[in-house]
Design a protein around this ligand. Sequence first.
Ligand code: HEC
Length: 197
Amino acid sequence: MPAVRRSLLLLPLLLLTACAAGTPGGSGDAATGPAGALDGADSVARGAYLVNLLGCARCHTEGYLLGQNATGPHLAGSRVGIAYTDGDDDTHPGLVFAPNLTPDATGLGGWSRRDIVRALATGVGTDGHQRLPVMPWPNYMALSDPDLGAIADYLRSLPPVHRPIPAITAPSETIEHPYVRFGIFVFTPFETDEESL
Ligand code: HEC
């Protein structure tokens, strides 16, 4: 087939792909309506889809970090720590625990939709502190506004589970919980654009 014919055939395919990709955070996208925001039930469903796709439960549900199936309630936090410092003979690394994300007082109960969006897009929690990038928020910054909102809507729709999660263990403190290592996390906080949220 001549080259010209082939590229003509490809054109509709490319257009389709471009439409499906949508405009992150943009307006007028057919899938998200004029303001770019999804309606309640659609937003919760989209959030469930994204949370599954982005693997939030891999850290935020008990069991997965130890290579097991879930042994605790969905997204209600993990008491298995993740080492955030490293070293060849470091037997007392700092440990961080993936918090309870359900709308209970031991989880995100006091957090507004905007608080959750802010944490995902900037790493900054309601206490004003930026979370360690063990929580992959530097990647989640790239999510569109409707998708960030959808994740927040889904988390806020979960059944509240009362389940306290351990606080951070500082390096060289006594370790009281099992933990995993999956990398060295050196982190320098950086400026993020909170105005646009
Ligand atoms: C690789 C493990 C990992 C994955 C995957 C992960 N998180 Fe986290 N998340 C953490 C850890 C660990 C913290 C606590 C970090 C800290 O205290 O500095 C955290 C903190 C948070 C916080 C702040 C809560 C609080 O009480 O401070 C929110 C909200 C959150 N994660 C939501 C999510 C969502 C939503 C996803 C999926 C889109 C996700 N996380 C994926 C490990 C993870």
